[in-house]
Design a protein around this ligand. Structure first.
Ligand code: GDP
Length: 301
């Protein structure tokens, strides 16, 4: 991840050090930090929060440069950790001997299919039985892509061969199959065509209803897969999805290619959504549970 966030890292740390300099933090430096945070896509709300805390601290005591950077890291971790406190099973920890259903949402191209493949792999490595429901029935290619990941990870894929089948029906079949084979983790791929927003949101709500009805005892997560390189546009996507998909968290992808990792802070602060996993590459191993410590170090060190 350190390497992954390399661009962000080199940028922010050098600039921060240059701004803070040797002496105690002064008002000019605070203003420059503010600009830096906005540039890194931390967003207005989170930036205001950070700068206010910094100002309050400065009113109490003078902050030598090293201490200023440490305090800044502390605030960033606090923002990221706050929504994580509501997570029942943090890290990769589906409940054993129970059906866990993870509804994977996000716009096309965000890295949803890849993330499903990575999760199936992680699941297998961690000793869980896993299955995938290919409920993005809108794009034939999506089903094929999911099947490829299924083969690579030795994970059964439930799909409906017909075109334009009802995604909720595939989810229904997926749950039935998972229940009869006592599968522990069912990953559900969903459509990501944001061109027809209303339609997609209705589709997601319908899938949610099917899950609640067919598997009322399942542990359900709804994760939004979000491309970190989108910066503030990603925040708007997250807003749209959180309205209808009852999101429980975010998977931030493509952190290997961006200086925009700051959007994680905007998501945590503005939407109160925990970042659950991060993707830092196209490979099957390039997914890891989110750690605020690791993330902030990578962002600032
Ligand atoms: P979907 O349309 O949301 O299912 O997106 P895909 O899973 O097909 O991914 C779109 C592209 O992003 C593919 O070329 C993936 O290899 C790539 N991708 C996915 N996750 C990551 C990541 O964490 N880092 C990088 N660099 N590329 C990724």
């Amino acid at each position: 991840l350190r390497q992954g966030l390399g661009k962000t890292r080199r940028g922010l740390v050098n600039q921060l050090k240059a701004i803070v300099g040797q002496g105690p933090l002064n008002q000019d430096a605070v203003m420059e930090i503010e600009a830096l945070l906005l540039q890194a896509d931390v967003g207005l709300e989170a930036t205001d929060y950070i700068i206010n805390k910094l100002q309050n601290k400065l009113r109490e005591e003078s902050l030598p440069s090293e201490q200023a950077i440490e305090y800044l890291k502390e605030i960033l971790r606090e923002i990221l950790d706050r929504p994580l406190q509501q997570v029942k099973n943090p890290g990769f920890a589906p409940e054993k001997d129970t059906l866990n259903i993870w509804l994977m949402t996000g716009v096309n191209g965000a890295g949803k299919t890849t993330t499903i493949g990575k999760l199936a792999h992680l699941s297998q490595k961690s000793g869980y039985s896993c299955m995938i429901a290919a409920a993005d029935t809108f794009r034939a290619a999506a089903v094929e892509q999911v099947k490829v990941w299924g083969e690579r990870t030795n994970t059964p894929v439930i799909a409906n061969p017909g075109k334009n089948t009802d995604p909720a029906a595939v989810v229904f079949d997926g749950i039935a199959a998972a229940q009869s084979r006592q599968t522990e983790l069912l990953l559900v791929d969903t459509a990501g065509r944001l061109q027809n927003k209303k339609n997609l949101m209705e589709e997601l709500s319908k899938i949610r209803r099917i899950i609640d009805k067919k598997a009322p005892d399942a542990q359900v997560e709804a994760l939004l897969v979000l491309d970190a390189t989108l910066g503030q546009n990603g925040l708007r996507q997250a807003e749209v999805f959180s309205e209808s998909a009852k999101l429980s968290g975010v998977v931030l992808t493509k952190l290997d290619g961006t200086a925009k990792g700051g959007v994680a802070l905007a998501i945590a602060q503005q939407l109160n959504l925990p970042i659950r996993f991060i993707g830092a590459g196209e490979g099957i191993e390039d997914l890891r549970p989110f750690s605020s410590y690791e993330f902030v170090e990578a962002l600032l060190n």
